[in-house]
Design a protein around this ligand. Structure first.
Ligand code: NAD
Length: 295
């Protein structure tokens, strides 16, 4: 029998402890707050922003949208980041990417203060993820994959895990987080030879390629756990994942659907990270300058 890994069930389980943590912070006079920085009006960003706002509201976190025009200059954007860094009422900064090509994204990413960098964009946090240091912020999506596997009691230690995709936001950090949990990880990408065979050997297969239904049942080992991170629109205009769900569920022991899978967990992880940002702030006696000095 195949178990469906439903994102909403995971998010529901996370909600209770998040609400309690937010209340405890509010009792100490700190209202956790997320600033969402959006340049332009890309439909993907707008959709994610709506989901993030809703999730923050549900657990009592304040969410402030900083909407910037597509033709903003590098200097103006850097000033906005600096303002959010310096604002003592903001504990997490989420900036949508990619930025328009006219802007130097690497520079802006490295400006987000590491303690407020709740989607792991700053190289400081990326380095922490890569060195296995849990004190940094990992990007929310790979963390959501782990949260989902943990919720369903799937052991990672010693398991053969194959990740399809090597992007900086999903595939690579996910591989590092899995490695930190003692999984045996293989990363596949567009130049991988024998992709099908490699995937078939996986006990846990994670698809993060951004290619609609590319994972067919021939690529799935008997009773493998299949996590689908992909979000695609197929030729008929329907939302679908990287996995051919109907085929895959005939072989998988556990499988996450798209929609209603990993995506639903991502914003809850984001909320957890904002709460952690607020705790850093509290630890420093609400002195944001001290938080800034720690690094
Ligand atoms: P990306 O385009 O930056 O990277 C895709 C990776 O997949 C690349 O490393 C590429 O080498 C690999 N790849 C592409 N086609 C392949 C193929 N045919 N065979 C083997 N490898 C292949 O994408 P991304 O930002 O990493 O996102 C991946 C997917 O996850 C997208 O569909 C995206 O929409 C989705 N996503 C979901 C969430 C979420 O919360 N669920 C968040 C971010 C991204």
């Amino acid at each position: 029998m195949t178990t469906l890994m439903m994102g909403n069930d995971v998010a529901k389980a996370m909600k209770e402890s998040l609400v309690q943590e937010v209340e405890a912070l509010k009792a100490k006079g700190i209202t956790p707050c997320l600033a969402v920085i959006r340049v332009g009006e890309r439909p993907d960003d707008l959709a994610y922003e709506r989901g993030a706002k809703k999730r923050m509201e549900l657990v009592g976190i304040e969410c402030r949208a900083i909407e910037l025009p597509e033709d903003i200059s590098q200097k103006e954007l850097e000033e906005e980041i600096q303002k959010a860094n310096d604002d003592t009422t903001i504990h997490g900064i989420l900036m949508f990417s990619p930025l328009p090509e006219t802007l130097n994204e690497e520079k802006v990413r490295s400006m987000i203060h590491p303690f407020k960098d709740v989607d792991g964009m700053n190289p400081v946090n990326a380095a922490k993820v890569f060195s296995g240091d849990p004190s940094g912020f990992a990007p929310c999506t790979p963390k959501a994959v782990l949260t989902m596997l943990d919720y369903y009691g799937i052991e990672l230690e010693g398991k053969r895990v194959v990740v399809i995709g090597r992007s900086k936001v999903v595939g690579r950090p996910l591989a590092m987080l899995l490695l930190a949990r003692n999984a045996t990880v293989t990363i596949c990408h567009t130049r991988t030879k024998e992709l099908e065979k490699t995937c078939r050997q996986a006990e846990i297969l994670v698809a993060a390629a951004g290619k609609a239904r590319m994972v067919t049942k021939d690529m799935i080992g008997e009773s493998a756990v299949v996590v689908d991170v992909g979000i695609n629109v197929d030729a008929d205009g329907n939302l679908c994942g990287d996995v051919d769900f109907e085929e895959a569920k005939q072989k998988a022991s556990y499988i996450s659907p798209v929609p209603k899978g990993v995506g639903s967990v991502t914003t809850s992880v984001l909320a957890e990270h904002v709460v952690r940002g607020a705790k850093y702030f509290h630890l420093c006696g609400c002195d944001s300058q001290q938080v800034l000095r720690i690094l």
